[in-house]
Design a protein around this ligand. Structure first.
Ligand code: CO
Length: 223
């Protein structure tokens, strides 16, 4: 209970600090939120979305799960995307993975942890698509880090192919999907070079991000 007491004390100190610099901050924010960004990231405690981009409450809508996976049947994630796009009219969706991701490593190692193994099957699907590139990386931690990056790129594709995002583009809404990776070693974010701002730009953006992979977006390998 001591730990929880400390959390509540820290919360009071945090709220006091904000109120000291802006007495109206909470009252204004309580009325509405208008974030311009949706962050889809990993649940890992070392990757605190708003904190690492220096954002205040109200500036970023957030969804986090193990290994930042976007699955077309996950109504939790889809609901977040739908409300962010249709309700909040965000301008950007950022899928952010991180190097050394435990979920990605577990998927690669194919070890059993329980229920979560089924969730991580999605990361294994990514691994199978990119098995040739991954097989060329000898160092194990480098191979995990590359799968972390490839997983982000594939999740950007999944976000872009949701009916929610497709319909937003169809009606002319400005919406850009990005893929980023966070380095736990230096605290820095890096853009993975897949930026999608329309249905038509998805396939070229995917090819640019993965020049070595000759794969169509329907999943089949092409000549
Ligand atoms: Co992770």
């Amino acid at each position: 209970m001591k730990d929880l007491k400390q959390l509540l004390e820290q919360n009071r100190a945090w709220a006091e600090r904000i109120k000291a610099s802006d007495p109206e901050f909470f009252r204004t924010l309580a009325k509405q939120q208008s974030p311009k960004f949706l962050w889809i990231g990993c649940s890992d405690s070392r990757v605190p979305s708003t904190q690492l981009v220096g954002m205040a409450p109200g500036e970023m809508f957030v969804h986090r799960n193990v290994a930042n996976v976007v699955v077309h049947t996950d109504f939790n994630c889809l609901s977040v995307i739908q409300y962010a796009v249709d309700g909040l009219d965000v301008d950007h969706i950022i899928v952010c993975g991180h190097h050394g991701c435990g979920g990605v490593k577990a998927a690669m190692d194919n070890v059993q942890f329980g229920l979560i193994d089924n969730w991580l099957r999605h990361v294994q699907d990514v691994m199978h698509v990119h098995k040739d590139e991954l097989a060329q990386i000898r160092d194990e931690s480098e191979r995990v880090d590359r799968l972390c990056e490839l997983n982000v790129i594939e999740q950007v594709v999944n976000v872009s192919r949701t009916t929610i995002v497709q319909n937003a583009w169809e009606r002319g809404q400005e919406l850009v999907v990005h893929g980023w990776i966070y380095n736990l070693q230096d605290g820095l974010l890096r853009d993975l070079g897949i930026t999608v701002d329309s249905a038509e730009s998805l396939a070229p953006a995917y090819r640019r991000a993965l020049p070595g992979l000759r794969r169509t977006l329907t999943g089949s390998l092409v000549q």
